[in-house]
Design a protein around this ligand. Sequence first.
Ligand code: TRP
Length: 452
Amino acid sequence: MAKFDLPAREKFGSKLGVVAAAAGSAVGLGNIWRFPYVAGENGGAAFLLIYLAFVLAIGFPVMLAELTIGRRAQLNALGSFKKLAPGKPWFLVGLMGIGAAFVILAFYSTIAGWTLEYLVQAIGHGFSNKSTEELKSSFEAFQAAPLRPVIWQLVFMFLTGFIVFSGVKKGIEKSTKILMPVLLALIIIMSIRSLTLPGAMGGLKFLFKPDFSKITWEVVLSALGQAAFSLSIGMGTLITYGSYIQKDNNLPVTALQVSAADTIIAVLAGIMIFPAVFAFGIDPAEGFGLVFIVLPNIFEQMAGGYFFSVLFFILLGIAALTSTVSVLEVVVAYFSEELNMSRKKATILGSVGISIVGVFATLSFGPLKDVVLFKKTIFGIFDYMSANILLPLGAIFIVLFVGWYLGKKNVQDELTNQGELKARLINVFMVIVKFIAPVAIAAVFLYGLGLF
Ligand code: TRP
């Protein structure tokens, strides 16, 4: 393919823009919806401790590996592998990433759509005077409805498409630079409110006082899976974003800032949710419905609950949007660069294609709930396939590629900006990407498939 006739590739305009976009990708439903319920089901503080260790020892290096590939190659997730390893099968890793983007966005947009429904309900006083049972049954009725969740999903995909359509700088960078500070402010306000509830201490103890007897093999593995999903690694999102990062950006510092931001927001989400959960005597292992059933219940009982419920669902929607944008961009960059489409055409095709698949995921809570394979609904299959198969496999191949194929000389060259920066800890990084990360992730993968 003649790369020369393509228009010059867009780049993020500033360091802040890079961090906003990448943190926008990382911070999402994974932090605010998934982290609290997975932590709740896995014992709280003990889980958090292992999670933090994984972010530092594995998540951060994998993120850096992805950014390295993308910036080195200056291409989309598939093109990057083709360019760095011409004639080798490594491009299949990129192809798997594009497939994963379809699958992830298809089910992620289901839940993202729910946040819009709940925002509208919050605004319309929809939770007032409802008991826990009523909130539960109205959540179940909404999920199972044939039309409303689909419409919200399509609205969400439209918003996502609109931002991606507008380009890397004018769409993604500009929107995340506005939305991410808003998100941070909202979550801080919400955490303070939660901390000042009577009985909040129980929640803090649950989150920060580890009970080591709670640590099992399963807790360890779900912590690793959560870290990967939350940091947006293993799919090529960060390869794609890395390809828009300027050559003078300090990649290790960027990866550190993004990992730190993602982790801080996850912990803040815990601080926002657990004190409230304990203050109102709810089981922290409530699971999946924690933010859609339990939180409305809490808002309903809490002073200022109306105001905070609206803020919360705005927060959740923003978090989801800056993440869906990053997943769609993987597909759009691939369509436009490898299949020679304009960005606009690629965005329309990508969003429409994913929406069609996504509708099946949404309907699998209602009209299609009896369509099951391996005892899982369509939504369940997409979720399982991405988190337990595609992402871990992708992450393993990405670190193996950087460790064994790119090799230390190239990696050092890219990470030091051709010798401008000091190569501190490069040997540690190489040991992690060559050995530690692939082995650790492989353990999760085998466990996920039940082979371990
Ligand atoms: N990290 C996001 C979240 O926590 C979701 C996400 C965006 C993602 N891009 C990804 C997950 C790529 C895996 C791979 O909600």
